[in-house]
Structures are given as C-alpha cells and as structure tokens.
Design a protein around this ligand. Structure first.
Ligand SMILES: [Zn+2]
Length: 575
C-alpha cells in the first residue's frame, strides 16, 4: 500500500514546547470521566500479553494486586487474561472481574464457541465486562496456521462476533497480524465485524513489522474504506520487535486511533509491547503536538512499574525511558550545572510527574564542581573557595578510580583519608562448599598491606554467608548487612552476575558492587570492597591478632560450626 502524503495537522497550541521549564504549562492529570475532550483510551494488557513474556508469569494474588494498581493508575480497560488457556488463567480473570472496580475488564477468546463462553464466564461479574475476540487475517497465517480461505474467515468473524455480542454488549475484535494483511481484505473483515456488533476494532501489529508512516496510512485507509467505521473505536496493538511499538502507536493516534493497547514496562511476547508509561508521557509531554489526553495518573507510573518488577522479578533496564533508574540521573558536569540552575535545561519532564521523587545527580568522574559543592552542602559542610578547590581535586582523582562516589567517600575526602583509598585487603582466593545436606563452609585468603597472606574459615547458612563470616573474622570488621542483591546482567550459562551490598557500620552506610560470572565470587568481591571502605575510615591500626595465624580448614569446622547462625540473615540461601 502506498503511503499518501498528507499535510500535518495544525499545532493546537500554536507553538512548540520551548526549552525553558517556565514555558511548560502545568499538565494536570485529566478527569477520568468522558468530558467531551479528545481522549485516547488506555487498554492495559500486562496481565495477558505481558504475562506471556518469558519469565513474567504471575500467580493469582499477584495478578489481582497488579490489576488493582492498574485501576488506581487510571487504565480504561484491563485485559485480565485468556480464560480458556488454563484453569489458573480463568480463575485469575474471574478474580479480577469480581474485585477490581473502575476499568472495563476484558477476557480474550479465539473464534470458538467454547472460548467465547469461557471468557464470558470469567468476566461476567465485572461491572463493565468486555469479550475480546481475535482471528488472524494475514495470508501467511491463513495458509500456514489456520489453513482457512478468506471466505471462511469472513464467515467466522461474523458468526463469532455475533455470538459474543449476544452475551456481552462490549465486544472487541482483532484481526491478528493486521499489519501484514492485504488492506482490501482487512477492510472487508473489519466491516463484517462491525456489522456483527463489534464496538472496538483493534488493529494489531502482531509481529512488530510496521513502521510509523505506513501504519498511520493503514489506519486512515480503514477510516476511508470501511462503512460504519465510526460506530467502533479504533484500537492499535503494537509489538516492539523493531523498537517501534510506541512510535507506531503514536502515529496511529495521529491518524485517528483512540485506544492504545500497551503494557507496564513494555513487557510482552518477544521484544514486548508498546510501553504504557512511554506512550502516555509522550502524549502528555507533547500535548502541543498531539492535543490528546489520557486518564492515566502520571504520578502512579513509577510505583506501578516497580510493583510489576517486584511481582515478576523482571528488572527494568537502567536507561529505559520514564521508569529506568537512569531516566532522571545526571552525571556530566555541564548537565549537572544546568540542572542546578533550572531543571528544564536537561529534563523535559519533571520526575515527580511520573512518580519519581527527584532527579539524581550522580557524582562521578564527569561531574563538575557545582554538583560537588551542592552535595557537600546537602551533607552539611561548607568550605571556603580554596579548601573547596583542593577537595574537588581530590574528588576528581578518586572519581577516576571509582565508578560512583558515595556519601561515605566524600566524608573520607573531607577527613583527609584520600591517600588510604588503596584497598587494605586484596582477595587472593577463596573456596566455598555448598550442596544439599552438607555443612556449608568457606575459606578465604586475603593479602594485607605488608604482603602477608592470611587465611580464615567459617561455617554459615550457605556459601555466601560462610565467606562473609570468614572475611569478618579475618579482617575483624563486623558490619550490619542491610541489603544484599544478586542480579543477572546477561543471560546464558556464562551469565555475568552483579552483586550489590549495602552495610551499616558505626552509623554510616557503605555500598559495594562487583560483577563476575560466578555469583559467589561477585559477592565476595562486593563484600570485600565494602570492608575496605570501612577500613579506610578506621583510625589507627587494624587488629590483626585474630587473623594472623593461618587456619587449617578441616580442623576448624567442628569448632566454628556452633556459630553457624549468621547475624546477616539476608545472605542465607543466596548461593
Ligand atoms: Zn500482542
């Protein structure tokens, strides 16, 4: 299909967004109720398409909790699942339909009587139920998946949409793989579905093949060629295989679509679905361009994203738009200086508008003296220019060695301990024994500043607990473990694991991280970096007494096993 050149719609507010925060008008969350304003309905399918992504499966309680959060967020429609797929799916959809108030609750069904009746059974208790019926229309799906002729697809669409409509007033129809369907045939099927009673027509880019200009043309084509199209809401459902799901959805909205199907954090089959937070914030931030509202409460975006991460364990990439850890973090000196003068210099959204507390100025080697001075002030210090300048020099040389500078590092700078940032202890090696029904123990070899190697062994509730305890014994530093996390930073058999550790010692917080293909190794290194950080603060000589004599591991097991209960329970079971 040829894309037809078309003049851009006039900018409803007459001018661009402008670079200055002062020029950005407040963007209050719009009212939920239909009030005559041009609105796009947000159809959240995190619980259906999102849950189909590998690693995202959720139990019933988690689904109900997330559905409630989606209702609070302001989603117009929640697709709660595919009731015929399994008994668990059926029960989850029914539980959502019975407990979550506000949004329309949709259940998915193929064009089979059993599917449609099962979907209806699951959603019928909702105040506003919707049956979502789908049937593939593209040539490749017709020939290889369905083995159905066009005429059969038309007949089934009419019959099954009608069947759904007899049960439920709100029926959505999706011609699966619409973006790869011949436009003439697509228009024919859509028209039949509307005649049979479909109230929403969803145009899925099932395989993420569409590109924005062409996808918008397809929506315009249907608007021009389907009789009765105005009786249905046009919806789009875009996948992200080419990273274009949000762009395609926005292009479709410009062409007249008024429902977007999307998921929290963009999770979904393969590369995922259109990301709800991105598509909503694009329309809100560029209201001057789109002139369209949604019912989403912006300040709930980040908390909802975090809830999904908690429920599924699927971490959001750091640089993900809107909800990634770095989305409102700045390290470069020029950027930090601008941010401190006026946040609009480098931020087009206020973090609080999406539910993030505040922008984060990360201190690192790219940071400038303005950000450094601000952090010192935040920590309650003020210095004359000369002292500040010398501290800044120290900070820069430290930042060359260390990725991120924490408050404890700054304290050390101020106390003149910069010279001691060389690690006290260097890991020479360790051994950890783990296994079901075995006593867990570990031995650790550390080299001290004089080059002597010391060995300690300990038993614990797991290999990680054991090595931490051995390090504590060896260094004489016992810190309270506040947080311990291991994340996989790649996949496969040789995946890199990242260990992050946060401890409290003498009222101060110390953090360490390390990456290794072995999570015990990463944990040991992260823990040791924390202990080294503490050692840098300890005034006076470290007590080597307890660690000076090498210990024979096999002899020591019996004597130390009585101490097996760790005072750092977060570490147990981590191995
Ligand atoms: Zn999908």
């Amino acid at each position: 299909m040829e894309s037809q050149p078309r003049p851009e719609q006039p900018d409803p507010q007459g001018a661009g967004n402008g670079a200055n925060r002062v020029a950005i008008p407040e963007q209050p969350d719009p009212p939920r109720a239909d009030s005559g304003v041009d609105r796009v309905l947000i159809f959240d399918t995190t619980l259906r398409d999102g849950e189909q992504s590998p690693g995202a499966s959720m139990g019933m309680e988690a689904k109900v909790e997330l559905a409630q959060a989606l209702a609070d967020l302001g989603a117009d429609i929640i697709e709660a699942g595919f009731p015929i797929a399994s008994q668990g799916d059926f029960e989850a959809v029914r539980a959502v339909a019975r407990t979550v108030e506000g949004p329309v609750i949709a259940g998915l069904a193929r064009t089979f009587q059993a599917d449609i009746e099962r979907a209806w059974e699951a959603i019928r208790d909702a105040a506003r139920p919707r049956i979502h019926v789908f049937l593939a229309t593209s040539e490749i799906h017709r020939d290889f998946k369905l083995k159905m002729a066009c005429s059969e697809i038309v007949r089934r669409t009419a019959a099954e949409v009608e069947r759904a409509r007899e049960l439920c007033d709100d029926v959505e129809f999706s011609p699966e793989d619409a973006s790869r369907t011949e436009p003439e045939f697509l228009a024919e099927v859509v028209e039949v579905a509307i005649d049979a009673g479909a109230t929403t027509i969803n145009i899925p880019d099932t395989v993420g093949y569409a590109v924005p200009g062409q996808f918008a043309s397809l929506i315009r084509y249907l608007k021009h060629h389907v009789t009765g199209i105005d009786r249905a809401v046009i919806s789009v459902h875009c996948h992200n295989d080419l990273g274009l799901a949000v762009a395609n959805s926005l292009a479709a909205v410009r062409a007249g679509a008024r429902q977007i199907e999307c998921t929290i954090n963009g999770i979904g089959e393969r590369a995922g679905n259109c990301s709800l937070e991105e598509v909503v914030m694009a329309m809100r931030t560029r209201h001057d361009f789109f002139g369209i509202d949604t019912g989403i409460q912006g300040a709930k975006l980040f908390p909802t994203s975090q809830l999904l991460t908690k429920l599924t364990g699927l971490e959001v990439q750091r640089n993900k738009a809107i909800v990634g850890a770095n989305a409102f973090a700045h390290e470069a000196g020029i950027h930090q200086h601008g941010m401190l003068m006026n946040a609009a210099t480098y931020e087009i959204m206020r973090p609080e508008d999406v539910g993030v507390d505040h922008s984060r100025l990360v201190l690192g080697k790219h940071s400038g003296r303005h950000a450094f001075r601000r952090r010192l002030e935040d920590l309650g210090h003020s210095f004359d220019d000369e002292t500040l300048e010398s501290l800044f020099e120290d900070f820069k040389s430290l930042a060359d060695k260390k990725k991120e500078i924490f408050d404890s590092d700054i304290d050390a700078l101020i106390e003149g301990n910069v010279e001691e940032f060389e690690p006290h202890w260097i890991l020479e090696g360790f051994q950890a024994v783990a296994g079901a029904g075995l006593q867990h123990f570990a031995s650790v070899d550390l080299r001290d500043p004089e080059g002597r190697v010391h060995r300690e062994a300990a038993c614990g509730e797991g290999p990680i607990d054991s090595v931490f305890k051995a390090i504590q014994r060896l260094t004489g530093v016992t810190a309270h473990l506040r947080d311990y996390r291991v994340n996989s930073v790649s996949i496969g058999k040789d995946a890199q694991g990242e260990a992050q550790i946060e401890v409290e010692y003498a009222g101060k917080t110390y953090r360490g991280r390390a990456v290794s293909t072995d999570i015990i190794d990463a944990s040991v290194r992260a823990y040791l970096s924390v202990i080294n950080g503490i050692a840098n603060r300890i005034v006076g000589p470290v007590d080597w007494k307890a660690a000076a004599i090498p210990v024979d591991v096999s002899d020591d097991v019996a004597t130390i096993s009585s101490e097996a209960t760790a005072d750092n329970p977060a570490a147990k079971g981590a191995g």
